[in-house]
Write a new protein. Structure first.
Length: 507
């Protein structure tokens, strides 16, 4: 869809009755299942070998870059998980923002708390649908995000008579500023929104001498007025290089947007970003409330073979490569399960075939192409040899690798014990990081104990906060007499006429 196209909103009755009567959800396309999703992806493929062979070699070489590298995509489970996460995030946001119940103008008139002053706010009890995707460089995170986003309209103009006219923007995707600046983040937001709705918010709200508060207030206003459902922040690992305190301030800012404006937040980054959460339990818990997807390298198994077999369908050489060579194993040796590198190696190999007048892809050409990809050759060689000195963006830390299934298994078991996800998820991840050798049952027991202690503390604090009601006592009420001194107590009771004298008794 072109950036400058704004469609007229077409409300349709959703199949889910919980979404009916909410215009923001009724204008969204119905969710697709995994089979339907894979069919959509299959329709977005590079030019076929048969089509390309009709061109001269020079044109074929250009198509390697403009068609094959840009459009090659093999359906896999992670891609559908990302799409499903995007859909769930948008709907979760809109469920809390039905414009028939809370019109946009009345929402804008609400006096929102100053977002920049709430970075240290305690969000323990507030529901969040903030999510995180962590994946190694070149595995397909951005491609997966862009594919999922492409299944939603960029902008829709509502012209219904029962509520005011406005342009709905389901998703805004921006890149995290390298310096961790909230002002720079707001500027990126204005620029991206301008490209979607054909406005000029950047010039309107980014002026010389403006403050962080000014831009944050403008951003909040636009999130509400355009009913933005999901804000995606890519390259979140940039925050690891931000100045001291800047990373936590930015992450808290994202959570505050979620809390205050009910917009879902999805942050995306490489394994370097995991350091941002290393000692921050609250942030871990909040950013995994919606979902947390970990995307590591492909193992040398069936899925990798399928990917390479699909790639070899796009041989733009005169002849096909031989069937005797184990191309999947050869490519894995050079690429170590990283899809982007495999595509680059395949493209470069065909370019070398053109330069050396080779009619087909050969083992020698693949090895030569790999040797020319010298810039990251050492990193991939270290990966192959399982050495420790591998670039941090190419390796998931050991305590996270292969732990995704364990997290799901432990989480499901804890649900059976009525332990909520927003309490358990970050603690599961923390146990797997620090005490990976524990069994799933042992981790479950640890977290159940932690939850019982937490619940007892919360209940005690709640009881401690209950104020004893003040009772108005009459002047001669016995309860007014309170002292440890017996003589004083005797006099108090005597003055109240509660102790009879001998004269009184005799008379």
């Amino acid at each position: 869809m072109e950036n400058n196209i704004i469609f007229t909103a077409d409300r349709q009755k959703p199949s889910n009755p919980a979404y009916q009567g909410n215009p923001l959800i009724e204008t969204l396309p119905e969710p697709v299942n995994s089979a339907q999703f894979y069919e959509v992806i299959k329709g977005r493929k590079p030019y076929s070998r048969e089509f390309v062979l009709g061109f001269d070699w020079l044109t074929r070489v250009k198509l390697l870059d403009t068609s094959l590298r840009e459009k090659f995509l093999v359906p896999n489970r992670k891609l559908y998980e990302i799409y499903d996460l995007i859909y769930s995030s948008i709907v979760s946001s809109y469920c809390k923002r039905n414009i028939l119940v809370n019109p946009i103008k009345s929402e804008l008139r609400t006096n929102y708390r100053n977002l920049t002053q709430l970075f240290q706010y305690n969000y323990e009890s507030t529901f969040s649908y903030s999510s995180i995707i962590i994946g190694i460089t070149g595995i397909g995170k951005t491609t997966g995000i862009n594919t999922g986003v492409s299944l939603f309209p960029k902008a829709m103009r509502h012209i219904e008579s029962e509520y005011e006219t406005f342009v709905q923007v389901p998703i805004v995707k921006i890149e995290c500023p390298k310096d961790g600046s909230i002002k720079a983040l707001c500027k990126s937001f204005f620029i991206e929104l301008d490209s979607i709705v054909n406005e000029n918010y950047q010039n309107e709200y980014c002026k010389r001498g403006d403050t962080v508060d000014d831009r944050v207030s403008a951003m909040a206003k636009l999130v509400k007025s355009h009913c933005i459902g999901l804000l995606i922040i890519d390259e979140i690992q940039h925050l690891s290089k931000a100045k001291s305190g800047g990373s936590e301030m930015m992450l808290n800012f994202f959570l505050n947007l979620d809390n205050t404006l009910h917009i879902s937040i999805l942050i995306v980054g490489t394994p370097e970003a995991l350091d941002l959460f290393s000692d921050k339990q609250r942030l871990k818990r909040r950013f995994s409330s919606g979902a947390s997807i970990l995307w590591d390298r492909f193992p040398e198994k069936k899925e990798w073979s399928i990917l390479i077999n699909q790639l070899f369908k796009y041989q733009y050489t005169e002849e096909l490569a031989d069937d005797e060579t184990n191309w999947s194993s050869l490519f894995y040796g050079h690429c170590q399960g990283v899809t982007d590198r495999a595509v680059k190696l395949f493209v470069l190999t065909q370019k070398l075939a053109y330069l050396f007048n080779s009619k087909s892809i050969t083992l020698e050409l693949v090895n030569k192409a790999a040797s020319e990809m010298w810039l990251d050759k050492e990193s991939f060689e270290n990966l192959r040899l399982n050495k420790s000195n591998v670039d941090s963006d190419l390796r998931i830390p050991n305590y996270f690798r292969n732990s995704e299934d364990r997290v799901k298994s432990i989480s499901n078991e804890l649900k059976n014990h009525d332990i909520p996800n927003d309490f358990s998820l970050s603690r599961i991840q923390d146990h797997l990081k620090k005490r990976y050798s524990l069994t799933n049952t042992e981790i479950c027991l640890e977290i159940i104990i932690e939850f019982n202690e937490y619940a007892f503390t919360e209940a005690s604090e709640s009881l401690g906060n209950i104020k004893t009601p003040e009772v108005s006592l009459e002047e001669n009420d016995l309860r007014n007499c309170s002292t440890e001194n017996l003589e004083t107590l005797h006099n108090q009771l005597k003055n109240l006429g509660l102790i009879a004298t001998c004269d009184h008794i005799l008379n």
